[in-house]
Design a protein around this ligand. Sequence first.
Ligand code: 5GP
Ligand code: ZN
Length: 111
Amino acid sequence: MCIFCEIAKKSVPSQAVFENDTIFAFRDINPQAPVHILVIPKTHIASVDAITAENSKVVAEIFEAIPKIAANAGLANGYRVISNCGADACQSVKHLHFHILGGKQLSETMA
Ligand code: 5GP
Ligand code: ZN
């Protein structure tokens, strides 16, 4: 089973910041900004490439949750949401996840 499935099931510990029936959000183990949170579906979806009409409801739910997660994390001045998909984007964990980055002025460039 993949590491983020294990984290969603809590067989691998993490610093959870939000959870409901379908979504789990937790602190990135190697933060790249003062606030670095990962938001995942509890069901395994490999990447943005694997989003379909059948499984996309959870993606909408993630984006409904993101503003609440960001507000709870104190990101009143803004934040960035990123999803790396595939080799060129350096996706390292093959379970769909959205990075929430903030807590400082982020760089103007993204790539
Ligand atoms: P990617 O490179 O796939 O877009 O992002 C994967 C992210 O997952 C990385 O930022 C990495 O630090 C984080 N990560 C990988 N393994 C773990 C883990 O076991 N626990 C937590 N909290 N984060 C992890
Ligand atoms: Zn998984």
